[in-house]
Design a protein around this ligand. Structure first.
Ligand SMILES: CC(C)(COP(=O)(O)OP(=O)(O)OC[C@H]1O[C@@H](n2cnc3c(N)ncnc32)[C@H](O)[C@@H]1OP(=O)(O)O)[C@@H](O)C(=O)NCCC(=O)NCCS
Length: 196
């Protein structure tokens, strides 16, 4: 791990979204998406009841003060309305190189509008440009086709199948590992720029 850990400059802005630190007032919005079984179907661990939700948000708020900061669990806000519709996260990992794990979750009524693709692309860019990571990765339940599309759209490549990656909610989870290396991200960015 490099000695000094770069910081992420917040908020991150995409054409339609603002990715920002949570505040205590976001609890109601978090409750709205975190209480939906369909949203949680492919998520390994999540806070469920009210005390767990509060405790989770408190932990997230407290972690914002960590220096160096190694994890960013962010609110996803629609720029036009100011409404929080979900969460996304980047967490630094890696021992020999600095890598980042990527995740996201949106309220169901906002699915299918390209928001996850937009935010995942922004997080990948921020991880390489600002955090200077060598690699971004994501782990996704084998049954989560929507999320696999999002990762494809954001430029990540399928790297392998993680059999029995985790045991949660009374079952073993087989997961796909997706990743993007810095060199491939740079090549993709150049291709996209050349295509206008
Ligand atoms: C995964 C999730 C974030 C996607 O959000 P979203 O804003 O709807 O995603 P996007 O609109 O950017 O893209 C969705 C893609 O899935 C595709 N899709 C939609 N329904 C699908 C289905 N039933 N099967 C396969 N693909 C599907 C869309 O066509 C789109 O792909 P395309 O752009 O190539 O056409 C959202 O469904 C969610 O919050 N799920 C619950 C939490 C979760 O699973 N998080 C990921 C954990 S790894």
């Amino acid at each position: 791990m490099p000695r000094s850990t770069p910081a992420l400059s917040l908020p991150l802005r995409t054409p339609r979204l603002v990715l920002r630190d949570f505040v205590a007032d976001d609890l109601a919005a978090v409750r709205a998406y975190a209480n939906d079984d369909q949203v949680l179907e492919h998520v390994l661990h999540e806070p469920r009841d009210e005390p767990e939700l509060r405790e989770h948000l408190d932990r997230v708020l407290a972690a914002q003060g960590n220096r160096p900061r190694r994890a960013w669990e962010l609110a996803v806000e629609v720029a036009r309305t100011g409404r929080v519709i979900g969460t996304c996260d980047l967490a630094l990992t890696g021992t020999r190189t600095l890598d980042a794990d990527l995740g996201y979750m949106l309220a169901r009524r906002h699915w299918g509008r390209g928001y996850a693709t937009e935010l995942a692309t922004a997080l990948v860019d921020a991880a390489f440009r600002q955090l200077r990571v060598a690699r971004v990765q994501a782990i996704v339940d084998v049954r989560n086709e929507r999320s696999r599309r999002v990762l494809d759209n954001a430029g990540l490549h399928w790297e392998g199948l993680l059999r029995r990656h985790a045991h949660a909610k009374g079952r073993w989870w087989d997961c796909h590992l997706y990743s993007l290396r810095r060199a491939d991200w740079q090549a993709r960015a150049s291709r996209l720029a050349a295509a206008g």
